[in-house]
Design a protein around this ligand. Structure first.
Ligand code: FNR
Length: 184
């Protein structure tokens, strides 16, 4: 059986390294996984006043896409040592209405990447804090804090071989993790 994975990318910019990494992961994923990026850039800042019936269209579109996925994958940079606001916003949107979170119980993993040396560690672990509350069991190993990400792709967009090797290891471990979580 093929498991559908909702991929949430923490950067909105077109040339995002993290988006490129997410697309590379989609290509490297084994046939048991179908990875699709769920867009978060059009979600209005979460506000309970606008989250009434009917919910804003981008909210319901996002919730439906995540709901129909079997698993979650977060690929994100770090902003000021924490989760970029657009990604935190998407998490807030998906977590509501109370009791109807679209994330509940879906297996997940977090990969962070930054041109800096710390590899988005702060974002990675702040995100994990929310995922504990949202009842998302998160892959533990291999940890993925990718530093020096400015040189991962050359001018032709070709991915560095060493990084590709790591991404392969990561997505294979994730596939096994998803399989195990879903079989229960
Ligand atoms: C950053 N950046 C950054 N990098 C980092 O390693 N630690 C940090 O705390 C921050 N803080 C930060 C805040 C803001 C507002 C911006 C815009 C950027 C740099 C960031 O890692 C870099 O821009 C990445 O290239 C962003 O990822 P994408 O867009 O390439 O995926």
């Amino acid at each position: 059986k093929i498991h559908n994975v909702a991929v949430l990318v923490g950067s909105l910019r077109k040339a995002s390294i993290n988006r490129k990494l997410a697309l590379a992961l989609a290509e490297l994923a084994p046939p048991s996984l179908q990875l699709d990026i769920v867009e978060i850039g059009d979600l209005p800042l979460y506000n309970e006043d606008i989250d009434v019936n009917p919910a804003p269209l981008p909210y319901s579109r996002f919730r439906q896409q995540v709901n129909s996925a079997d698993a979650l994958l977060f690929v994100t940079p770090e902003y000021n040592r924490s989760v970029p606001a657009p990604l935190k916003n998407a998490i807030d949107v998906g977590s509501r209405p109370y009791g109807q979170s679209v994330f509940s119980g879906k297996p997940g993993a977090v990969l962070s990447a930054s041109p800096g040396a710390v590899g988005g560690f702060g974002a990675n672990h702040h995100l994990r804090q929310s995922l504990v509350f949202l009842d998302v069991p998160v892959l533990q190993q291999p940890e993925a804090y990718l530093g020096g990400a400015g040189s991962f792709f050359d001018e032709q967009g070709k991915l560095n071989d060493g990084v590709r090797g790591f991404l392969q290891k990561f997505i294979d471990a994730y596939a096994l993790w998803v399989e195990r979580q879903i079989k229960g």
